[in-house]
Design a protein. Structure first.
Length: 277
C-alpha cells in the first residue's frame, strides 16, 4: 500500500558521504531547514505551551501569543445573537489554515457545506498554529466558554512531529476529552498519521492512540483527517504538510463523513426530547 507520506520522508545520515560533501557552512542551514519542515512550518509555540520535561502540565496559563489571541478572538467574537448551535473546530495549524486564506480553511469550507445542505450550525475556527496537546489542554476552558454543542478535536500532530512522549500526548488528549464530555459537549476525534521516518514502533503507537481513545470514550472518529490529501503533492503547499484550499475541500469531505450522521440524529431528536419506543 502506498504510504501517503513517503514523498517527503527525510533520509539523512550525518555520517554519509553525501552529507560530508556539503560544505560545513551550509550544513547548519540544511539541518535547520529540514527540521522546520518536519515541524510543519508552524509558528513555534511559546515555551509554556510545550509539555515540560518534568512537573505537572498546565498549572498556569501562558501569556497569549498572536495566534492564541487570534483564535480567542474568533471564538469570542462569533455572533452571540446567532441562535444556531455552535461547532468548534479545535486544533493546530491544520485547523487554523496556515498558508491559505480564511475562506479556504477547512472550518470555513465546512460552514459553506453545512449551509448548502440545510444544516443550521455555526462553525467557529479555534485553531492555533504550532499548538501541541499540552497547549490545547490549557485552551479547553475558553473553548467551553463559547458554549459549543460539538467540538472537532484535531491535536497531536505537532507532538508526534517533535517526537514527544506518547503517554503524555495521550494523557493530554484524554484530559481534554473528559473536560468536554463533562460539559456535555459532543466530541469528534480527528486521527492523524506520521511520516514513516519516525520509526515503525512510534508511528504505529501514535496512530493507534486515536483509535484507542475513541473506543475508550465512545467517540466518533475521523480515522485520518488528511485521507486523500497527505502525500499528494498537488493538494499540499510547498512544505508538503499543510493542504492547499483544494486539499482542504477534501478534508471537509472527510469530516462530513463522520459529522453528518451525528447532525442528522441530533436534528431528529433535539436535546430535551425523548425517542419514541
Amino acid at each position: 500500500m502506498h504510504n501517503q507520506f513517503s514523498y517527503y520522508t527525510v533520509r539523512m545520515t550525518t555520517g554519509s558521504d553525501l552529507f560530508r560533501l556539503i560544505p560545513r557552512v551550509l550544513r547548519g542551514g540544511l539541518v535547520a531547514l529540514l527540521m522546520s519542515g518536519l515541524a510543519g512550518c508552524d509558528q513555534a509555540p511559546p515555551a509554556s505551551s510545550s509539555p515540560a520535561s518534568s512537573g505537572p502540565v498546565g498549572l498556569s496559563r501562558p501569556q497569549p501569543t498572536n495566534t492564541d489571541t487570534l483564535a480567542t478572538d474568533r471564538l469570542s467574537t462569533a455572533p452571540a445573537s446567532d441562535p444556531r448551535p455552535r461547532i468548534v473546530a479545535f486544533g493546530d495549524s491544520l485547523t487554523a489554515g496556515l498558508g491559505v486564506s480564511p475562506e479556504q480553511t477547512y472550518p470555513a469550507q465546512l460552514q459553506k457545506q453545512l449551509d448548502a445542505l440545510g444544516h443550521r450550525y455555526q462553525v467557529v475556527n479555534a485553531g492555533v498554529s504550532g499548538d501541541t496537546t499540552a497547549g490545547g489542554l490549557r485552551r479547553v476552558s475558553w473553548v467551553l466558554a463559547g458554549k459549543p454543542s460539538l467540538v472537532i478535536l484535531e491535536l497531536g500532530g505537532n507532538d508526534g512531529l517533535r517526537g514527544l512522549s506518547l503517554p503524555e500526548t495521550r494523557s493530554h488528549l484524554d484530559a481534554m476529552i473528559r473536560q468536554l464530555k463533562e460539559a456535555r459537549v459532543q466530541v469528534i476525534l480527528a486521527g492523524m498519521k506520521l511520516p514513516p521516518n519516525y520509526g515503525v514502533e512510534y508511528t504505529t503507537k501514535f496512530e493507534a492512540m486515536y483509535r484507542e481513545l475513541a473506543k475508550a470514550h465512545a467517540l466518533p472518529l475521523i480515522p485520518f483527517l488528511l485521507e486523500g490529501v497527505g502525500g499528494e503533492q498537488t493538494l499540499n503547499q510547498a512544505d508538503g504538510i499543510h493542504p492547499t484550499g483544494e486539499g482542504y475541500r477534501i478534508v471537509v469531505q472527510n469530516v462530513l463523513q463522520t459529522l453528518l450522521p451525528l447532525l442528522n440524529i441530533s436534528e431528529r431528536h433535539p436535546a430535551g426530547t425523548k425517542k419514541k419506543a
